[in-house]
Each structure stands twice: as structure tokens, then as C-alpha cells.
Design a protein around this ligand. Sequence first.
Ligand SMILES: C[S@@+](CC[C@H](N)C(=O)[O-])C[C@H]1O[C@@H](n2cnc3c(N)ncnc32)[C@H](O)[C@@H]1O
Length: 269
Amino acid sequence: MPRTTGARAAARRLPRGYGAQARVYDHEYRDATADVAFIQARLDEARVRGPLLELGCGTGRVAIPLALAGHRVTGIDISEAMLDAGRARRRRLPPEVAARLRFARKDMRDFAFPRRFSAVLAPFSALAMLTEPAERAACLARCRAALEPGGLLLIDLFAPRAAGVPTFRTSFRLPPRGLLVEKESSEVVDVTARLDHVTYHYKIRDPEGRLLDEIRVAFRLARVDRAEIETALYAAGFDAEEVWGDYRQRPYGPQSERLIVQARRLPDA
Ligand SMILES: C[S@@+](CC[C@H](N)C(=O)[O-])C[C@H]1O[C@@H](n2cnc3c(N)ncnc32)[C@H](O)[C@@H]1O
């Protein structure tokens, strides 16, 4: 439930990094299920039965349905606000499902676990939040260390097509009062730096249309192309065995919306 504040105080707020929108996130993406079904299908196809690690798990949008499907999932995220929202959802799950799900505050550039995982997932462009190639290389090295031999790494990135969508408006409702959330997203593409500068501006209104609160979020996303991710994976000790362009598993091409790579941990040299 959003805090009710004066519009003037809200307007003074500065843009914040990813996570400021934690309280609206699950309502905004409640219909985003295609990637979850895709990940589930990939895990089934690869007969992954062991524990899963999700990088940048946010509020558990992916981790929770996987736990409901019987997987043991550990989700890591850098944002305490996103993790808190995930933990609140976890408390509402049946105990046997909650027992299969763990959230931990960790940086995906530098994490370690005492145990190995059967698969590591980086859904919904999580890896693109690491804006420097060296950060992505560090993350892939940590993924390799966290995976059992032959373990699976599934990376879902947005496809870096030349033009972004400069401004996009959408709206959705926040339960239980049905408050209206209007969202304006803007994206400025820096082709030279291979970065997208993204800002989200949410306005939360009561049923009479009065502004109750605003949330501003600003972050950057790396425009990672196929050659780069395949090279980085190989350098980190992975074999990129499949590359798809969408959640329907169509081949990756110039018009693809997603760049999805399934990689396998190579044996030690
Ligand atoms: C696009 S969201 C995806 C959330 C969730 N996986 C989903 O699919 O709904 C990316 C997530 O990555 C997290 N994140 C960004 N940088 C991170 C880092 N260095 N380490 C861990 N998590 C990070 C953000 O806090 C955010 O929750």
C-alpha cells in the first residue's frame, strides 16, 4: 500500500536506483508470465532437479512460481526493498513451498555459496544491470564457481536493436483499493557507450484522480549483443549451447526482442 504524502513533497524526490518501485513491481508485471513458463520448460527439458540460483531475483516474480513447481530456489538481489517484497510474498506461501525458497542480499558481481547449484538463472535482463563488461565477466566467473560440473546457466537479455522506445506510457491498478498507477518510461540510447539510460516516473492517484504519491527511478542497462555474451561466456568457462530470440524459442535474429542464451559449465581445463 503506498504511503500518502503531499504531492509537493513527492515532486521533490530525486530519481532513485532500481528497487524504488518495489511496492508497485508485482502489480505492474502481474501478466508477465511468458518468461517464467519458458524457464520452467527449459529446466524440464534439461532435467534439472537440483537447487537453482536466481541472480537479481527482485520480488520473486520468477523464483516463487519455480518454488511452487517443486524447485529449490535461492534468489539474490542487491535491493533490500525488492527482497522485502519477496519475503512478504514468501510468508503467504504454503510452508512446504516457502521451505524451498530463500532470498539473500548479495551483489551478483561478487557472491559465493558453500554449496553448488544445478542451474543459475539471470531472467528479465538482470545481467544488463551490470553496465561494465568487467562486471559482467566477474558475475559469470561467480556463476561458474557456483555451478556443479555440467550445470546450466540461462541468461535472458533484451536484444540491443538500434532504436529503443523513447517514451512509453502505461497504467495499472494497485490492490486492494484499486489506486491508479500511471507510468511514463523514457529511454535514451547511447550507442557509443552501449548503454540505455532508463527513467520511470510513476504517479499514484486515488479514485478521484488526486495525486497521492510519485516514484522516480533511474538506472542504466547494458546493450549486450550476441557476440559479446558468447565470447564472455566462453572466456568464463561456459559453452553457449542455445541462443533464442524470444520465449517461444524462435531462433535469434535481427528482429528478435530478446537475446536468450542457454550455456553449460565446461569441465575444468
Ligand atoms: C529487471 S529486475 C528483475 C527482477 C526479477 N528477476 C524479475 O524477473 O522480476 C533486475 C533486478 O536486479 C537487481 N540488481 C541490480 N543490480 C544488482 C547487483 N549488482 N546484484 C544483485 N542484484 C542486482 C535489481 O535490484 C532488480 O531487482
